[in-house]
Design a protein around this ligand. Structure first.
Ligand SMILES: C[S@@+](CC[C@H](N)C(=O)[O-])C[C@H]1O[C@@H](n2cnc3c(N)ncnc32)[C@H](O)[C@@H]1O
Length: 394
């Protein structure tokens, strides 16, 4: 039996009555590193050894998957499939852009993280060359009770017939089937995904947040998506689906900032407040747009921090009140922090090198307040700002 046939047979056994009983027993246990061996030994007396091993592995994946999926405990995963799966909040948001279309192809559907949302807006052809992922995607779509029909196609996406497709979402693999990161290109490569434009005009390509903007032709929209403060991914929208050249979006609330050309933003010394833009804004290159929206200025031509003498409120950044601002002087810093009665500092570094952890340990603070130490550059000079939070954003 080949590895793939064996993996599918074992997945089918998990779906059998016996497999379901075992998974539901595990769901009722509080599994810990200490009791796992005892529980698994006990279960091996009632169930086949391989099934116990597979159910335990599936249960562990489900526990991890709760960070991405609200129905994780009913869904199925592989390690690489879960690592690469889109989280629910992003997949649901992104699927909306396909809402007007009739037939979407979900290229490289994996375990169905995107599929379960795309199939709530349109009919979907799910395509993956990994038969196990395809089988799992099918079960997950059923678990999530998708509202539109889905066909499951075991195929290399390069060979899929697109004559009946009016939109494609593609999430190329960035890991191998064994879960290792691919070096270099994704599979299929981004260049190949862009060329799909020869067959279908409406395309969304999921990419790593570090993707090079230059890879995409001018008329494509590049959207950077964060969940709260964490930048998660980029998505490139073909001209027919594009609504702006660049976009930063913060979920779950869907705050979105787009490119709006305007006058250059002033570069001045830090004022009373500092705004640390969300990473989706900096990656999308929209710091100047945010500055104009907030009537703020930059403190350095190349650094993302914004400043103002008025308190800024924005979902696109964290606002800090500046207690102290001056050229970087490592020797004097402990006494400056002491002067403000600081006990703990979060260090926020942009544009300055140095070992933050070691520096943090060397401070030996004894005060009572919490502060943020901003290590940065102001008009090209190394600078330190001692700040406190004025609000919690997103
Ligand atoms: C990043 S995962 C997809 C994750 C999916 N969007 C989700 O949210 O669950 C990539 C998938 O692409 C599949 N894949 C990679 N290259 C492929 C190709 N040339 N044809 C078909 N499937 C491919 C892999 O088998 C894997 O399941």
């Amino acid at each position: 039996m080949s590895n793939t046939t064996d993996a599918i047979a074992r997945f089918q056994t998990l779906l059998s009555k016996q497999g379901q009983l075992l998974l539901s027993k595990l769901a009722q246990e509080e599994l810990t590193a200490e009791n796992e061996l005892r529980i698994s030994t006990q279960l091996r007396k009632e169930f086949p050894v391989q099934l116990v091993l597979d159910a335990l592995a599936q249960h562990q994946l489900r526990l991890k998957a709760q960070a991405k999926f609200s129905r994780a405990m009913e869904m199925y995963f592989t390690k690489s499939g879960l690592e690469q799966a889109s989280s629910e909040v992003i997949a649901a948001y992104r699927a909306k852009r396909f809402a007007e279309l009739k037939n979407i192809a979900d290229f490289c559907c994996g375990i169905g993280g995107d599929l379960v949302h795309l199939a709530n807006v349109s009919s979907v052809a799910a395509v993956d060359y990994d038969p196990l992922h395809l089988a799992i995607a099918r079960v997950n779509a059923d678990v999530c009770k998708v509202s539109h029909p889905v066909t499951y196609n075991e195929s290399d996406v390069r060979a899929f017939d697109l004559s009946n497709t009016d939109g494609i979402f593609i999430d190329p693999a960035r890991r191998t089937t064994e879960g290792r990161m691919r070096t270099g290109d994704s599979e299929p490569p981004i260049e190949w995904c862009i060329e799909l434009l020869d067959s279908v005009t409406r395309i969304g390509i999921k990419a790593a947040p570090g993707i090079d903007h230059e890879m995409f032709p001018d008329a494509w929209e590049l959207e950077f998506i964060a969940i709260g403060k964490d930048l998660k991914e980029a998505v490139a929208w073909s001209p027919a689906l594009s609504k702006s050249k660049r976009r930063a979006t913060i979920l779950p609330f869907g705050h979105t900032l787009t490119e709006k050309p305007g006058p250059p933003v002033d570069v001045k010394m830090p004022g009373e407040f500092l705004l640390d833009p969300n990473p989706s804004v900096t990656r999308a290159g929209l710091v100047e747009e945010l500055a104009r929206e907030l009537n703020a200025w930059k403190i350095d031509e190349k650094i993302g921090f914004l400043s103002s003498d008025k308190e800024m409120h924005s979902p696109f950044g964290r606002t800090l009140k500046v207690l102290d601002s001056g050229p970087w002087n490592q020797k004097q810093l402990p006494s400056r922090l002491k002067q403000y009665d600081i006990r703990v500092v979060d260090i926020r570094r942009r544009g300055l090198a140095g070992d933050v952890d070691q520096f943090q340990k060397s401070l030996k603070l004894t005060g009572s307040r919490k502060a943020t130490l901003v290590m940065t550059r102001v008009q090209e000079k190394p600078w330190a700002l001692i700040c406190v939070d004025v609000e919690t954003t997103s």
